[in-house]
Design a protein around this ligand. Structure first.
Ligand code: ADP
Ligand code: CDP
Length: 222
């Protein structure tokens, strides 16, 4: 089997990474890897086992029974921990509120980055699109196609608010701002590293963003 083509996409919350990567993977017949789901799943596992997310050693110890499985099929997405389906649960605000705490622990990052590289190397599809915060810089810096997907803070907040009608717009905006600030102390996902192509989706429709991303992937991998 030949080595799969790796596409790396990073960007801040609400820039469109998950939805656009999934759609682009469908168009190209590629697999899709949501790396943020793994950090969210660690946060879910930590809360589920009554572990204190601020206790770094306890979070690291909790990885011993972290039976993590994620689908990389863009048409059949699921996330499981120890056989429990947590696809929806990891999107709840209680998880979003603590995920940055577990994501800043270097041992957790190393553990998950190794897992991501293994998943990318063993896909049975011709390529895989992996998206997150540090894919273009740390997880897959040698990927032939690397994209920074951005959008103005205003656009990102409006998009996230539309997905979370149970939260007020103010709550969603301040949670998103706080998470971006915490996450950007760990990875730089606001400026493109050398060789990374920026796609700014602020004034694009969703379809236009998908087309722009697919175009970059095609031009870099053909
Ligand atoms: N131009 C656009 N580009 C990307 N996403 C858009 C656009 N317009 C609206 N959206 C919507 O914004 C949301 C972005 O959320 P998501 O893909 O989860 O972003 P991220 O993974 O970066 O947090 C999706 O619901 C998507 O349909
Ligand atoms: N490669 C990655 C991906 C996510 N993360 C962390 O995981 C969290 C959730 O990522 P996500 O991609 O689901 O977040 P959204 O931008 O989709 O809301 C982020 O807020 C980061 O704390 C990370 O540290 N590195």
């Amino acid at each position: 089997m030949s080595t799969p083509i790796v596409v790396a996409i990073d960007g801040p919350a609400g820039s469109g990474k998950s939805s656009v990567s999934k759609a682009a993977a469908r168009k190209l017949g590629f697999a899709y890897l949501d790396t943020g789901a793994a950090y969210r799943a660690v946060a879910w596992h930590v809360l589920n086992t009554a572990t204190d997310p601020a206790d770094e050693q306890a979070v690291i110890d909790s990885l011993e029974d972290f039976g993590y499985v994620i689908s990389t099929n863009p048409d059949e997405y699921f996330v499981r921990v120890n056989e429990e389906d947590i696809t929806e649960a990891i999107r709840e605000p209680r998880i979003t509120d603590v995920v940055s705490k577990v994501a800043k622990i270097p041992v957790v990052r190393q553990y998950l980055s190794d897992l991501f590289r293994h998943i990318m190397a063993t896909t049975d599809k011709p390529g895989i699109i992996a998206e997150g915060r540090d894919i273009t810089t740390v997880v897959a810096p040698d990927a032939p196609a690397r994209i920074l997907l951005t959008a103005s803070e205003e656009a990102r907040m409006a998009r996230r608010s539309a997905e979370l009608p149970q939260q007020s717009q103010d709550q969603t905006a301040s949670a998103l701002r706080a998470r971006d600030a915490a996450d950007s102390r760990v990875s730089d996902f606001m400026t493109a590293a050398d060789g990374v192509v920026t796609v700014d989706s602020t004034d694009f429709s969703y379809e236009q963003t998908i087309d722009a991303v697919v175009e970059v992937i095609r031009s870099r991998t053909s």
